[in-house]
Design a protein around this ligand. Structure first.
Ligand code: GDP
Length: 431
């Protein structure tokens, strides 16, 4: 049985916490896309951790953590991350890396920086982790798969060929130092030795696991609105953030994904550039940012302050639809307890017309939020475990959002910890 945990919005919805929580029941947790460009923050008995590459199941003894073929694998980052958690008392996790995963090359990171420099003010707000150059090379078929590290002749020949091309760009477009082929080969040998103990034919491993009835969790990074096809193109990430891609990026049949848990935050936040209709500014935004998440809404990878906004029903309904949501996990609700009134974006006004359908990017840039204000509850809801025990206005907020987005909210997260969760039965029929 396969479940996917994915984001409905711009990322940072709290997927790490939900995955960590659901991993209790899972045998295998898989990252299927993205790279070390985003982070999950997890608070558990060992402390507070920011993971960038490892799946959020690494804190349990019983789970196998897998880096799927769809991931942009930064080998040194993976190893630093393993060391950083074992160094803090977490037992050494069981990790497998797909032999078909591709490697983030040192020059991908450089090209990412150089390109942002070149674009200046018109940059995409990249985290400069090499993700866009990595996926460009993957689809241009000049990327390096993990298995190629073990084929010395192929490796040498390919380094030679690829460096010739990269060096033209470095010299004539970016005016930067060239890649030394010998140095790069040496680095690849180091990567090979680091990754060797973990390499696995993952799709075959998962096929066997599925036949044995194991519980598998797919862990998505970012959210629908950063998907390269269905998101706010071009201000998106370079790999699909949708649950459907979980089948491809892990190597399992699509029909095996039985539950899609879409994580949706009780207010909005976004990193990087791009249209953000319900965005708020000034003191109002600062206060929400300061109180948000667990210790403020600042990027787990970059420390950048996140852009803040009210809950956006239009974007979230679309976000849930594209994921194929069976359940919504509605997170960080506790943070809103300070507000007398809570605005919610219920429509977009574009050229004088109001719509609840999420538009393409050009129209999105022109959209103005249509806000409805709901009463706040002015109470600390941390520690509450039953939906009926939440203040009435808080329940109404959840019910209102559920009605607007049209997908069942079956989990409400009211704190960063593993146990800060309220299960709820929804009147809405599951897909
Ligand atoms: P992810 O990338 O989707 O995993 O999101 P983040 O790592 O940015 O998680 C958002 C932040 O919110 C983290 O600091 C979590 O510890 C925290 N968090 C998750 N769920 C809750 C919640 O229900 N309440 C509060 N206060 N914080 C939460």
């Amino acid at each position: 049985m396969v479940k996917a945990v994915v984001g409905a919005n711009w990322g940072d919805e709290g997927k790490g916490k939900i995955t960590d929580m659901l991993a209790r029941e899972a045998d295998i947790v898989i990252r299927f896309q993205g790279g070390a460009n985003a982070g999950h923050t997890i608070v558990n008995d060992y402390g507070k951790f920011a993971l960038h590459t490892l799946p959020s199941g690494v804190f349990y003894n019983h789970t196998t953590s897998i880096i799927g073929n769809g991931v942009a694998l930064n080998i040194p980052v993976l190893f630093d991350e393993i060391k950083s958690i074992t160094g803090r008392g977490v037992p050494a996790p069981k990790i497998l890396v797909s032999d078909r995963a591709q490697i983030v090359m040192p020059y991908h990171i450089l090209f990412d920086q150089y390109e942002e420099e070149r674009l200046g003010g018109k940059s995409f707000g990249s985290t400069k982790s090499g993700i866009a150059p990595f996926y460009s090379d993957k689809y241009a078929k000049i990327g390096f798969q993990v298995n190629e590290l073990f084929e010395e002749d192929i490796l040498k020949e390919k380094i030679d060929r690829v460096c010739d091309m990269k060096n033209v760009l470095l010299k004539h477009l970016y005016h930067k130092p060239l890649i030394d082929k010998g140095d790069l080969l040496h680095t690849m040998h180091e990567y090979r030795d680091m990754v060797k103990p973990y390499v696995c034919d993952v799709s075959s491993f998962l096929d066997k696991a599925l036949k044995e009835g194991k519980n598998i969790l797919l862990e998505g990074q970012l959210g629908t609105l950063k998907d390269p096809d269905h998101g706010i193109y071009p201000m998106v990430t370079s790999s699909s953030t949708l649950a459907a891609y979980g089948a491809v990026g892990a190597g399992i049949p699509p029909y095996e994904i039985k539950e899609i848990i879409t994580v949706c935050k009780a207010y909005s936040s976004s990193v990087g550039a791009g249209a953000f209709v319900s965005e708020i500014f000034g003191e109002e935004a600062d206060e929400l940012r300061r109180r948000g998440g667990d210790g403020g809404e600042f990027g787990a990878t970059t420390g950048r302050p996140r852009r803040m906004g009210w809950f956006d029903c239009v974007a979230s309904k679309y976000g849930c639809r594209l994921q194929g949501t069976t359940d919504v996990a509605f997170t960080v609700l506790d943070v809103l307890g300070y507000l007398d009134e809570i605005p919610v974006c219920v429509g977009y006004e574009i050229d004088g017309e109001v719509t609840t359908e999420f538009p393409t990017t050009g129209k999105l840039e022109k959209a103005k939020p249509v806000l409805k204000t709901l009463p706040g509850w002015k109470e600390d809801i941390l520690g509450i475990r039953k939906f009926e025990d939440l203040p009435e206005n808080c329940r109404r907020y959840v019910e209102f959002v559920e009605e607007q987005i049209g997908y069942p909210i079956t989990m409400v997260s009211n704190g960063p910890g593993r146990d800060d969760i309220i299960y709820r039965s929804s009147k809405l029929k599951k897909n």
